[in-house]
Ligand binder design. Sequence first.
Ligand SMILES: C[S@@+](CC[C@H](N)C(=O)[O-])C[C@H]1O[C@@H](n2cnc3c(N)ncnc32)[C@H](O)[C@@H]1O
Length: 187
Amino acid sequence: MELRVDPGVYEPAEDSQMILGAAMDYRPRSALELGTGCGLAAIALSKTGCQFVLATDVSIEAIRCAGNNARKYAPRLHLLLCDLFGGIDRRFDLVLFNPPYLPVEATAGEEVYWAGGPRGRLLIDRFICSVDHYLSEDGRALLLQSSLNELELSHQLAAEKGLQSTLISSRKFFFEELHVLELRQVG
Ligand SMILES: C[S@@+](CC[C@H](N)C(=O)[O-])C[C@H]1O[C@@H](n2cnc3c(N)ncnc32)[C@H](O)[C@@H]1O
C-alpha cells in the first residue's frame, strides 16, 4: 500500500508504525482513529476486515488526504473533520490516537501535527479524560506517547477516570522513548 502524503499532512514515522503495529493485534468490529493524518492506521484496519472505521482529524488537509487514500484502498472508511471527540456520538471496540506530543506551544500552522503544549500533554490529557464515553463495553483505547510526556501522569489520570492503563509496547529512539498505552474500562 503506497499512501500519498500531501503537503501540510504528517508524514508517517516510527510513532505511526508503533500504533499501527499495536492496533493490528486486535480484531475490532468498529474502530475510531483520532488525528488520522494521511489515514494509515484507519485504512489498514478497514482493509483487514474491521466493519466500521471512522477516521478524524482537526486538519482539513489531513481529511482530504486520507479521503483520497481511502478511495483507493478502503472505500468504506468514514471521515470526519473535528476537534478530538467533537461530534462523535457512538462507542467503538478500538479507539486509537497518535497525538501531537512534543512539549512545545502550538501556534497556527504545521505545529498541529506535533505541538502538544508546554508539557506535551494537552491532547493526551483531553483524550484520557473523555475516551471512556467512546469505548464499547469491552473496548480498548491505544494512546501513543513519549518519554517526554511523563508516562506516570497518564497512569494516574487513567486511574482517576476509572480506566485500567497498561503499557503494551516501548521503543527507544535517539532522544526519546515511545510508548503505546492501552486503556480499558474497569469492571
Ligand atoms: C502525530 S500526527 C499522527 C498522524 C497519523 N495518525 C500517524 O500516526 O501518522 C497527529 C495528528 O493529529 C492531528 N490533530 C492535532 N490536533 C488534533 C485535535 N485536536 N483533534 C484531532 N486531531 C488532531 C494532526 O492534524 C495530525 O494529523
